[in-house]
Design a protein around this ligand. Structure first.
Ligand code: PGA
Length: 259
């Protein structure tokens, strides 16, 4: 695992964009695993800039998003469909046919339908040739995607119940009203994420410092789902100074360290 500590959010975002864009340049039909949340917005801004100013071409790229809230239609401003279109897809030349995001509108009352949908999503990832690079944020509780603490480390795409702490963290996007935050989500599993050929995990801000310390230096445990990236053959953890502030060692500006 490579740990890169950057001076600030902007530098973290640029470094992540450098890594992702290199993959797209060297493999125009790359399969990108994408994440939502506030953390990757700077990465997406930089990719948009690279597309507009440097001609970075997404026309052959396929994308798979990590997760989606159950019950939110794609038109809902807090759905991850909406987020992805607003923050990335509408600004680049990705082909709509190659965009994949779990549906939040699968009939939730019918577990067979949901399971079938989740199996289908897994198959689509395989059919696309697997994910070349998976972008991840991290929850303050160590979750990746919506794989909350206690998630099976070998899990595949499935429905997860969001923890009260995650719903509280995300209430800021729902007028601060936790009762508006959906209770369930469809998420790629930890096993699904680990199958990707490369992982780029991003974190910014003091409130992620403990999760990053536990992820990078702690025991591998389902209680900190992100800690499984220690087992990945090609994982890069890119954080800003605040998110890296609890790490052991002398992390100066622009420090890069293999763990
Ligand atoms: P954030 O969320 O980027 O909005 O902090 C990250 C996550 O919960 O995975």
């Amino acid at each position: 695992m490579l740990v890169v500590v950057k001076e600030n959010y902007e530098e973290m975002s640029k470094e992540a964009a450098r890594v992702v864009s290199e993959i797209v340049r060297s493999k125009p039909s790359a399969v990108l695993g994408l994440a939502t949340g506030s953390t990757p917005i700077g990465l997406y801004k930089e990719l948009i800039r690279m597309h507009k100013e440097e001609g970075l071409d997404f026309s052959k790229v396929t994308t798979f998003n990590l997760d989606e809230y159950i019950g939110l239609p794609p038109t809902h401003p807090q759905s991850y469909h909406y987020f992805m279109y607003e923050n990335l897809f509408k600004e680049i030349n990705v082909d709509e046919r190659y965009i994949n995001i779990p549906s939040g509108m699968v009939e939730f009352s019918d577990i067979n339908k949901i399971n079938k949908f989740c199996d289908w999503y897994e198959e689509e990832i395989k059919r696309a040739g697997g994910i070349d690079v998976q972008v991840l944020g991290i929850g303050a509780n160590g979750h990746i995607g919506f794989n909350e603490p206690g998630s099976s480390l070998g899990s595949r795409t499935r429905v997860k119940t969001l923890t009260p702490s995650t719903r509280q963290d995300n209430a800021r996007f729902f007028d601060g009203d936790v009762t508006k935050v959906p209770k369930y989500a469809i998420t790629m599993g930890i096993g699904t994420i680990m199958d990707s050929r490369m992982i780029v995990l991003l974190a910014s801000g003091k409130n992620k410092a403990k999760a990053i310390k536990d992820t990078v230096e702690g025991a591998i445990t389902a209680q900190v789902p992100a800690s499984i990236v220690q087992m990945h053959r090609k994982a890069i953890v890119i954080v800003d100074k605040e998110a890296g502030s609890a790490l052991e060692g002398e992390f100066e500006e622009f420090v890069t360290e293999f763990k």
